[in-house]
Design a protein around this ligand. Structure first.
Ligand SMILES: *Cc1c(COP(=O)(O)O)cnc(C)c1O
Length: 487
């Protein structure tokens, strides 16, 4: 393919100084008519130092922010195949709904009687999420997936405490997202890592071998972070339940299974969903998000409070009983994220939610099939919403997964997730989502093939990449520890 066809071939990236460096005394963005009243002065001791704002024209300001925005890459720029993150396109109608003044400007301390519509939306969203997961008790308070996990672990702890059952461990597969062991540890549980079987999923025997009456339960991500469906989930849940444990479902990968599996029927007792992954809140910038938690009838009394309830056609916040684990977020949670999810679910309808999942899986399976001759598959079996390759072939040319990822930036793509999950050497995890069309996916596939050819023919090109980005290779450790925000 000719390099002029790839999306990143023609980018212009302007340098841009700070506004303070750009300003020139006396420059301004508007003209104020000459004053026709006598000048008045504040007393000298009233004036202070004045603000240190630069003088700028309108075009200075517009260009400044436009240029800064062009250093960024988002789902609205192009394909963002970041595995495990579900970076799908979020329909703009949901943004419009979230910014409706009656909703966006409602004060969180208004009495229930004055915000019936808002409470109705919260209540109905709870009901929709209950229908999607099969788990009837729902809180929309948690602000993120990890926060939902924490709420879930607090519920585990409250349940076992009420049963007077002392449990201090929790089973967590080696493919789990790092937040799983962290959330469990925050609640005092010791994470017990479980090795996945040779086919990338949990085997029944390894759970049976360690599940005991000191173990609070298991945290399972399904499909797991290798993009594989945990087909033994029911048997695993039975083993855990037989020993008095609970099953936590990490629902971050729900985008693969909406309307297709019923988590409750798989044996899940508690599950969080990431509204900012599956349900149309743009993310990647660190928030805000929402991680509602859905639980069985039996566990509902432990849910965080308050929750929206409906009685005789009126809605109110219910503060729960003494068993509730209490509040995990101020006011109503991240309400604007709930609005987007509500709008997304209403505009899609059950049929289209299911179709979205089917297409997400189809797109990933297509990439897996098309690229499996180019990069080695970590597990050669049907995938769900994402497919994972290893660096085994790149290593022959002394090229790392990082080099390939950096070269993709030059070609106009946000790199996929790399070096995760940890069980795959030099992992490259690609999640195209349902919102990419076949032409764009085909182009991405061609670009990956081109880069793998370059690894043989011109490996230096990969080692030097990215050449066309605003910044080249950063010292990622230094960047995290000593962020320099003015360079
Ligand atoms: C994203 C993710 C999480 C954490 O969700 P946050 O909203 O980022 O806190 C947990 N588990 C899995 C599998 C994920 O992909």
């Amino acid at each position: 393919m000719s390099t002029t066809n790839i999306p990143g071939a023609n980018g212009i990236i302007q340098n841009e100084p700070l506004l303070w460096e750009k300003g020139k005394k006396g420059r301004r963005g508007m003209c104020v008519p000459a004053s026709d009243v006598p000048e008045a002065h504040f007393p000298a001791d009233f004036q202070g130092q004045g603000v240190d704002f630069p003088d700028l024209s309108e075009v200075d300001v517009v260009r400044h922010y436009t240029r800064l925005s062009q250093w960024n890459y988002g789902v609205d720029t192009g394909m963002y195949p970041l595995g495990s993150c579900t970076m799908k396109y979020n329909p703009k109608i949901n943004e419009k709904v979230a910014s409706t003044p009656q909703l966006a400007a409602a004060h969180p301390m208004l009495s229930d009687a004055l915000v019936q519509g808002n409470l109705q939306i919260m209540y109905e969203l709870q009901e929709y999420l209950a229908a999607i997961t099969g788990l009837p008790g729902v809180t929309v308070q948690p602000a993120a997936g990890a926060h939902g996990e924490l709420a879930g672990m607090l519920i585990f702890a409250a349940y076992h405490k009420a049963k007077n059952s002392k449990r201090n461990k929790i089973l967590i597969p080696d493919t789990a997202h790092g937040t799983n062991p962290a959330s469990a540890a925050l609640c005092g549980y010791k994470p017990v890592p479980i090795k996945s079987g040779p086919n990338g999923i949990l085997d029944i025997k390894s759970i049976a071998a360690v599940m005991d009456e000191e173990t609070a339960g298991i945290m399972v991500t399904n499909p797991n972070t290798l993009g594989l469906f945990e087909t033994n989930i029911r048997e695993i849940a039975e083993i855990v339940h037989a020993k008095g444990g609970l099953v936590y479902g990490d629902g971050a990968n729900l985008n693969a299974v909406m309307g297709i599996i019923n988590p409750r029927k798989c044996g899940v007792d508690v599950m969080h969903l990431n509204l900012h992954k599956t349900f149309s809140t743009p993310h990647g910038g660190g928030g805000p998000g929402a991680g509602p938690v859905c639980v069985t009838e039996e566990l509902s009394k432990y849910l965080p409070s308050p929750r929206a309830v409906k009685e005789d056609n009126t809605y109110r916040l219910d503060y729960g009983g003494p068993e509730s684990v209490g509040r995990v977020h101020a006011f109503h949670g991240n309400f604007s994220v709930l609005l987007r999810a509500y709008s997304y679910i209403r505009t899609m309808g059950a049929e289209n939610l299911k179709k979205a999942s089917q297409l997400a899986v189809l797109n990933a399976a297509y990439i897996k099939e098309k690229l499996k001759g180019t990069l080695p598959l970590a597990y050669n079996r049907p995938c769900m919403h994402e497919c994972v390759f290893s660096d085994a072939l790149l290593q022959e040319d002394k090229i790392s997964t990082l080099d390939l990822a950096k070269r993709l930036i030059d070609c106009g793509y946000h790199p996929p997730t790399i070096y995760f999950p940890l069980v795959v050497h030099g992992a490259i995890m690609i999640e195209p989502t349902e919102t990419e069309c076949k032409e764009d996916i085909d182009q991405f596939i061609e670009v990956v093939k081109m880069i793998v050819r370059e690894a043989k023919e011109n490996p230096e090109l990969l080692r030097q990449a990215p050449m066309r980005a605003k910044t080249r290779r950063l010292d990622e450790t230094l960047a995290a520890r000593h962020p320099c925000l003015c360079g």
